[in-house]
Design a protein around this ligand. Structure first.
Ligand code: ADP
Ligand code: ASP
Ligand code: MG
Length: 456
């Protein structure tokens, strides 16, 4: 059995969905289980609708509905069109009703907001199942909300592995045994109290990995819009190249520090069960992609990739009372914990602590709580850059090389992760592109164009 997860860009148009269907069809002999993200940027649009005033929210939803209906119409024959249209309409009716409720009850993380975001995957899974059947591939839609169970927390919840595993094991094998392809939405789930929940933004990868682990799949495939995990984000560095193999640790660090191509929690469930994860390009399905395994054979390459994360806020906390005081850090972290905000990087001195966060919704409450016992300064507009590679820990001078090439770029904070497979630092957002580009050229000289090459 193969878990095949397709991201939003792989489903952005009717032609892209056709391509996805062809990829699934080709894998028929390997018992594919299909997991889909929402079509294109649907989730962003639903989130924007929820964050806007009601009138604007309704307009966003109407645009989304028109676009989705056009995509659906292009994929199915006249005979099925009415049925698919009715199903899509039913989900949009739910979305409109939820939007009304969110508008009057506030836009904080809630079951209503999760239920609204879930509409994206509810639609894409319906559309994909219809499109597969249109091609003659028997496909059965499974409602992921009934299979994936999480804690009852909103805005991104932890999955409850055991019960999810039991439900998947009961629901998926009979569909395969009947010769059909199970299709389910990623990202969406239900809390143990029955309310709508999600696995957090980008969480469809995690759905795929959980399914792979629970069902003992031979491989989890993450199909996206680039040739696998690359030496840098190709949208920033056009000469970036795809990596053939990555270790679990490298992939986890890379995802955590911004390699959007993978969700940070993706690899764990699958790889802990010995199931390889492969990242592939749905636009070029014959490429070899990137294989992620627990312990790949040692590679020559010390640095594998340079990744980044934007929209970072740096928080400096000063307190003279901290001098010699134990429990100070615990007090600080308790505040972040209370506000459900995770900290990416930390550095301390005798009288100060600096840290970074990438979610700012709770920032004003956090700052006010910290302000009760310390002086606090928050600076937005920062970015984290992180160089990742398993062999960094055995190789002298990597950090020195990194900082050498960054000469002239203001570096605000430095971290050599405890696992020692990464070197990370914080820069101003407007220096991000220069920092990534210089590091990429330094560590992948063979991939960077010699000056003037483009004029030849
Ligand atoms: P999907 O819709 O398939 O989930 P995402 O947009 O979440 O796709 O992730 C794919 C994107 O990740 C790529 O288009 C690329 O711009 C970005 N990316 C960032 N860092 C990397 C990296 N190191 N390797 C490959 N892609 C990366
Ligand atoms: N559709 C969700 C999102 O955009 C989940 C995913 O794409 O993985 O965050
Ligand atoms: Mg993604």
């Amino acid at each position: 059995m193969l878990i095949m997860k397709f991201g939003g860009t792989s489903l952005a148009t009717a032609a892209a969905i056709e391509r996805v269907c062809a990829i699934v069809e080709r894998a028929r002999q390997r018992d594919p289980v299909v997991v889909v993200s929402a079509i294109g940027a649907t989730t962003d649009q639903l989130a924007e609708a929820a964050a806007s005033d009601l009138e604007r929210g309704r307009a966003i939803l109407a645009d989304l509905r028109n676009a989705t209906e056009a995509t659906a119409r292009a994929l199915v024959s006249q005979a099925d069109a009415a049925e698919l249209a009715a199903r899509v309409r039913a989900v949009f009716d739910d979305a409109a009703e939820l939007l009304g409720r969110i508008g009057s009850s506030g836009r904080e993380e809630s079951a209503e907001l999760d239920a609204l975001l879930a509409c994206g995957e509810r639609i894409s899974s319906e559309v994909t199942a219809f499109a597969l059947r249109e091609r003659g591939v028997a496909a059965t839609l499974l409602d992921a909300r009934k299979l994936f169970v999480t804690e009852s927390k909103h805005g991104g919840a932890d999955a409850l592995f055991e019960v999810t595993g039991q439900r998947l094991s009961a629901a998926v094998p009979p569909v395969l045994a009947a010769g059909a392809v199970p299709v389910m939405g990623g990202f969406i789930a239900s809390g143990d109290d029955g309310s709508a929940t999600t696995l957090g933004r980008g969480g469809s990868d995690f759905t795929a990995s959980l399914a792979g682990a629970a069902l003992g799949a031979e491989e989890v495939q993450i199909w996206t819009d680039v040739d696998g995990v690359m030496t840098a984000d190709p949208s920033l560095i056009s000469s970036a190249q795809s990596l053939s193999v990555l270790s679990l640790l490298e992939a986890s660090e890379l995802a955590y520090f911004g390699g959007r191509v993978l969700h940070p929690a993706t690899m764990l469930p699958a790889i802990e069960h010995g199931i390889p994860v492969r990242v592939l390009n749905s636009m070029r399905p014959d490429g070899r992609g990137t294989l992620i395994v627990k312990d790949p054979p040692e590679s020559e390459q010390v640095v594998k990739s340079v990744v980044y994360k934007e929209n970072i806020t740096l928080i400096d906390i000063y307190s003279t009372r901290m001098l010699m005081a134990h429990g100070f850090l615990a007090k600080i972290f308790a505040i972040f914990e209370r506000h459900g905000t995770s900290v990416d990087m930390v550095s301390t001195s005798e009288v100060s602590v600096s840290l970074t966060v990438d979610r700012s919704e709770k920032l004003s409450q956090i700052l006010s709580d910290l302000g009760e016992f310390a002086q606090v300064k928050a600076t937005p507009g920062k970015a984290i850059v992180c160089v990742v590679g398993e062999r960094i820990r055995y190789t002298l001078g990597i950090a020195a090389r990194v900082f050498q090439v960054l000469e002239g770029i203001h570096i605000r904070m430095i971290s050599l992760g405890a696992s020692r497979v990464n070197v990370g630092f914080v820069v101003d957002e407007d220096q991000l592109a220069a920092a990534v580009s210089r590091i990429h050229s330094a560590f992948f000289p063979e991939l960077s164009q010699p000056p003037g090459a483009s004029q030849q």
